[in-house]
Design a protein around this ligand. Sequence first.
Ligand code: FAD
Length: 196
Amino acid sequence: MASNLEFVRFPAPDGVNGWWESLPPAPPAVAVTAEQHYDWVVVGGGITGLCAARRLAELAPDASIALVEADRIGRTTAGRNSGFFVDLPHDISSESYSRSVEADKADVRLQRHGIDYVRSVVKQKDIDCDWRDDGKFHASVNRKGHAALAHFAEGLARIDEDFEWLDAAAIASVTGTDFYEGALLRLGAARFSRRR
Ligand SMILES: Cc1cc2nc3c(=O)[nH]c(=O)nc-3n(C[C@H](O)[C@H](O)[C@H](O)COP(=O)(O)OP(=O)(O)OC[C@H]3O[C@@H](n4cnc5c(N)ncnc54)[C@H](O)[C@@H]3O)c2cc1C
């Protein structure tokens, strides 16, 4: 499959997480010892581990559950991401971000279910995280980028998803910069920011 991405090399992580550093200090970590016993132990406190532990607690409210994280929760990859919940196919190795119509539609259903679940938790627990159902802009800076967006648009049209094209002036009025030559707006994605 052809790719529209070209890398000379990937950046090497330096171990510093700007999001983490910009937050107030975290409370000291609690160590788990070999003498302690739990009904369930979830290994890894990234998004997957956090969700698994939470769901387990919902399904088995009387069980004891330990969530074990080798670093600190929020300082590893799950705490470095951009805070977007994307509801669309996002296969970045594919020119159109998509796979097959069936697989893309299944992706959308699954991802929307996940977003609805997290939104309901944010609401129910009154979590102050600047949750916004803003959608997502995919912007391009040159002809090559525009071609990639056009492929993406074709993929969206194939699965009957709405999108909107913005010209240079329209995206400049959103971002405040004339850096982009155009953009594609997809409503449906949500975003949040970090709080401790
Ligand atoms: C720069 C960047 C931007 C991104 N932006 C987005 C975005 O906007 N939206 C989005 O949906 N995704 C985004 N992603 C991808 C997303 O962050 C990952 O898909 C997600 O973090 C995967 O979660 P995970 O829990 O499966 O794995 P991880 O986040 O890797 O979590 C695994 C955890 O397990 C811990 N661990 C590993 N081994 C052990 C062990 N033996 N004992 C205890 N703990 C252990 C690790 O320390 C880690 O904390 C982005 C990623 C990056 C790097």
